[in-house]
Design a protein. Structure first.
Length: 187
C-alpha cells in the first residue's frame, strides 16, 4: 500500500489550531451559529461560525469562544495570546488579594494546670491576632473518658480567658476520644 506524501501533509496542515486552555479557538468551534463581538467590543450580531472565522482571518486575529453555554454561544475576535496573558495576570492579581486562613491547633488535657492553661491561651491569642482560626482540642486518655465534664469545663475556661478577642465558631463536640471546638477572632 502506497501513501501519498501530499495527502499526509494536507492532513497535518488542517490541524494547525490547538486548544491551549479552557477556551475553544478558531477551528475548534463547532457551533452552527454564534454571536460575534469584534476586537473593539462592538457586536456584529449572530452569524455562522464559518463567517465569523472568515471575519477573524480578515482581521488577522483569532476567533475565541468566550461563553459556550450562552444561547447562542458568544465568540470574540481577539488576539488569543494577548487574551491568555491578560487572563493569567488577572488570576495572579486575584491570588495576591486572597487571604489564606490557617487553622492552628492547641491541645489540652482534662487535668491541665491553671498556669499551663494561661500559657496556651497566650499562644492562642497570638494566633488569633495574626488572623488564624484556632482549634482547641482536649484529649481524653484511659479513664479520663469517664469525666468528660472536666474537659468541657476546661474549654469553657479557655473561652472565658479569650472572650475579649475570640468568639466560638464551632461549639465543643466529641470526636472519638477528643473534644474540640474552633475559635475565630471577633470582628
Amino acid at each position: 500500500m502506497k501513501v501519498d506524501a501530499e495527502a499526509c501533509t494536507f492532513i497535518f496542515s488542517v490541524r494547525r489550531y490547538t486548544e491551549i486552555s479552557d477556551y475553544y479557538v478558531n477551528g475548534q468551534i463547532r457551533e452552527r451559529e454564534v454571536r460575534v463581538i469584534d476586537e473593539n467590543g462592538e457586536q456584529l450580531g449572530i452569524m455562522s461560525s464559518r463567517d465569523a472565522q472568515l471575519r477573524a482571518d480578515e482581521a488577522e486575529l483569532d476567533l475565541v469562544l468566550i461563553a459556550p453555554k450562552a444561547n447562542p454561544p458568544v465568540c470574540k475576535i481577539i488576539d488569543y495570546g494577548k487574551f491568555r496573558y491578560e487572563q493569567t495576570r488577572k488570576e495572579k492579581e486575584a491570588k495576591k488579594k486572597q487571604k489564606t486562613v490557617e487553622i492552628k491547633e492547641i491541645r489540652l488535657s482534662p487535668n491541665i494546670g491553671a498556669n499551663d492553661l494561661n500559657t496556651k491561651a497566650t499562644n492562642a491569642r497570638k494566633f488569633l491576632s495574626k488572623g488564624n482560626r484556632v482549634k482547641v482540642t482536649v484529649r481524653f486518655r484511659g479513664r479520663e473518658m469517664a469525666h468528660q465534664q472536666n474537659g468541657r469545663a476546661i474549654l469553657d475556661a479557655f473561652v472565658e480567658t479569650l472572650s475579649d478577642i475570640a468568639q466560638v465558631d464551632k461549639e465543643p463536640k466529641m470526636e472519638g476520644r477528643n473534644m474540640s471546638m474552633v475559635l475565630t477572632e471577633k470582628r
